[in-house]
Design a binder for this molecule. Structure first.
Ligand code: NAG
Ligand code: NAG
Ligand code: NAG
Ligand code: NAG
Length: 473
């Protein structure tokens, strides 16, 4: 263990890693020092109204009218574009944009992919192409004007940060409570304990801190609330606030404590209850506005530098297991209600649809998400000869099975057939489909999902559960 700590210590020195003194943190994140310029030069978007949990309205992303630009999503908006189909009329708009392409899994790499815009029952009524860059601990997106108005790019907060660095021994992956990814940033240099006195600065009326929520302090003002008593007239205000309590010294841990406000020789003239969460490389604080003016939360640069002692040996292999095969991210979305097995027959044909094929397809929407695994009889799903899957489904995440789609016609449930592959992408399947052998034949879909049996050890949800167990223990 000692030898390993020394190795990390040396690595950190070589890579100009942050700091390495006290044993306060147990994870290492070494970001290669040179990232593409867009990782430093981007527009920040933090509004919660574009989160997938926000209600619909008529906002349109006209900020891109003047041309495309690199964007980083933070704070209430969440940190990434939604990667699953969005319903229309949410995220503060009517037509909702979600990213259907491949994410860049490796730091410093860029991928191009499609943003689909959902409207009515079609999750890809319009689309445009964007670029995504992996900046180590966050993504930036190069976005342009949506194809229609009112349309918007929708965001969320993924439960897992899927990033891998190019140096395998320094790879880490951390999952903390949601407040570590969803907080409001405060960047006010005048909050620093040594800032010159202005007076009357008050968090009860401050534009950011006058509402209760999770906050992260950044910038030259400092990143932590001081943990020692202050005197009146510090931090540019009259009654400065400092943290009187125990700091959470383990990543993932949340601690309850008290903020004291100093005034006229009494270092705790007023007090507030707060919570602090250790998010690995930073803290977030749950703060409420103080009762009166002029009370203000102070900040300082940490007195005890944060460390990078690695206490586990499992970090090297963890992240990559969360990345699925490329077809799980790079597929064509089909959202057609008429393909459902309960819909009447017709003359639709999948010959031209998939030409020249094969093509990876994900079925979404009310039509259903899977090809039925039993014959459904002819003259349904908007066609005459109905396609159903005959074969074993892949029951383990990120595995692919081969089978056949049979087309049911003339009392023969397998009058014609196509060989296909199907991949288990944990929460959905993708099918590699070819043109039907003739017309009118069509792949049917159903809303009754195949029973998913054992998921195996590579399941993302098991992976997350195990990681949580590790953090808690
Ligand atoms: C703030 O002032 C104190 C006392 O003068 C000094 O010891 C400390 O280094 C200063 N901190 C910063 C970050 O300048
Ligand atoms: C910490 O504070 C939260 C919110 O105020 C409260 O729900 C929780 O019970 C507290 N926990 C402890 C251990 O006091
Ligand atoms: C996505 O799939 C298409 C068609 O199979 C392929 O041409 C393209 O290179 C893939 N894109 C990525 C980023 O893998
Ligand atoms: C299924 O995948 C295998 C392996 O990639 C490939 O050789 C085969 O051609 C695929 N089958 C079909 C029907 O696409």
């Amino acid at each position: 263990m000692i030898r390993q700590n020394r190795l990390v210590f040396l690595l950190c020195q070589l890579l100009l890693c942050i700091d390495f003194t006290a044993a306060q943190f147990t994870q290492t994140t070494v970001i290669p020092s040179i990232l593409p310029s867009q990782c430093y030069d981007y527009t920040t978007i933090t509004d919660g109204s574009r989160n997938v949990n926000a209600v619909g309205s008529t906002n349109c992303d006209t900020i891109f009218l003047s041309g495309s630009r690199w964007v980083r999503f933070m704070g209430d908006s969440g940190t990434q574009l939604s990667t699953t189909p969005t319903d229309p009329n949410q995220c503060g708009t009517q037509v909702t944009g979600w990213y259907s392409g491949l994410m860049p899994a490796v730091t410093q790499t860029v991928t191009n992919g499609q943003v689909c815009f959902s409207w009515h029952s079609n999750s890809c009524t319009w689309s445009n192409t964007i670029s995504v860059t992996n900046c180590g601990s966050f993504y930036v997106y190069e976005l342009s004007m949506p194809p229609v108005c009112a349309a918007r790019y929708c965001t969320n907060t993924p439960s897992i940060l899927q990033t891998t660095t190019t140096t395998p021994t320094t790879t880490t992956s951390e999952i903390y409570s949601s407040q570590c990814y969803s907080y409001t940033t405060v960047d006010e240099p005048s909050r620093h304990v040594n800032a010159s006195y202005i007076g009357k600065q008050c968090d009860k009326t401050n534009s950011i801190l006058s509402t209760t929520g999770w906050f992260r302090f950044v910038g030259s003002g400092g990143t932590q609330l001081p943990t020692y008593a202050l005197n009146s007239n510090q931090c540019s205000t009259d009654a400065p606030g400092w943290y009187s309590g125990t700091m959470p010294n383990t990543p993932g841990l949340t601690q309850n404590g008290t903020i004291c406000f100093s005034w006229e020789g009494n270092s705790c003239k007023w007090s507030n209850s707060i919570q602090v969460t250790n998010c690995g490389s930073y803290y977030v604080y749950h703060l409420s506005p103080p009762a009166t003016c002029s009370l203000r939360y102070c900040t300082d640069t940490p007195i005890v530098a944060t460390t990078t002692t690695t206490t586990t040996t499992t970090t090297e292999t963890t992240t990559t297991t969360a990345i699925l095969s490329s077809q799980c991210y790079n597929y064509t979305t089909i959202d057609e209600e008429s393909r459902n097995t309960n819909k009447p027959g017709g003359s639709e044909c999948d010959q031209a649809t998939f030409a020249p094929g094969p093509r990876w397809v994900r079925f979404t929407g009310v039509g259903g998400t899977e090809i039925p695994t039993k014959a459904v009889g002819p003259n349904r799903c908007g066609t005459m000869a109905t396609g159903w899957y005959s074969g074993a489904m892949p029951t383990v995440v990120d595995t692919t099975s081969s089978g056949s789609v049979c087309f049911d016609w003339d009392s023969n449930s397998c009058q014609w057939k196509n060989d296909i592959n199907v991949t288990n992408c944990d929460s959905y399947y993708v099918y590699e489909l070819r043109p039907s052998p003739g017309c009118s034949m069509r792949y049917c879909t159903t809303n009754t999902p195949t029973a998913k049996v054992s998921k195996g050890v590579t399941s993302i949800s098991d992976y997350i559960k195990n990681l949580f167990k590790k953090l808690i223990s």
